[in-house]
Write a protein that binds this ligand. Structure first.
Ligand code: AMP
Length: 144
């Protein structure tokens, strides 16, 4: 019989923050999520929203934690925008060191975007080939 699927768990610096072992500038907390200011912000108000569940990457996160994060992201974004005066934001979520994930605990960055601060994006887009797109779409839909 195959081993049961066990998501990767982390005891990173964010778990220590969640347990109150390391200080943070907390801006929001509920049973399943915590939000606090990024210690090295790329814009004033740069906020991290984390599930308390210690999943390493988004694909490991439970539906309940994902729903809890999805519920609070808009509300926290509104607060960040109101306080900073930024009219635009980027929500960034990195998975894996190749994708620039430094802390192995799922987290969403809320980054205000202004003329002077915020996320720079290099977007290497290429037109989607019709046949390859159809094949890719079919493969993905089959799994979902
Ligand atoms: P990422 O590259 O997506 O893994 O981003 C990790 C983020 O966590 C970075 O923006 C760091 O500045 C931030 N960070 C790391 N340690 C702390 C901490 N103790 N408190 C707040 N933010 C942190």
């Amino acid at each position: 019989m195959p081993a049961p699927y066990t998501p990767a768990m982390s005891d990173s610096i964010f778990s220590k923050i969640i347990r109150g072992e390391i200080p943070c500038h907390r801006v929001y907390e509920d049973d399943l999520t915590l939000a606090f200011l990024d210690v090295n912000p790329i814009a004033p108000g740069h906020t991290l929203v984390v599930p308390k569940e210690p999943a390493v990457t988004i694909d490991e996160l439970s539906d309940d934690s994902a729903a809890a994060i999805g519920r609070v992201l808009p509300r926290i974004s509104r607060a960040v925008m109101k306080v900073t005066g930024a009219a635009a934001t980027n929500i960034l979520q990195n998975n894996g060191s190749l994708a620039h994930q430094a802390v192995p605990h799922v987290h969403f960055h809320i980054i205000p975007k202004t003329d002077s601060h915020g996320l720079g994006i290099k977007w290497n887009a290429e037109p989607l080939d019709g046949d390859a797109g159809a094949e890719m779409g079919r493969k993905l839909a089959r799994l979902l």
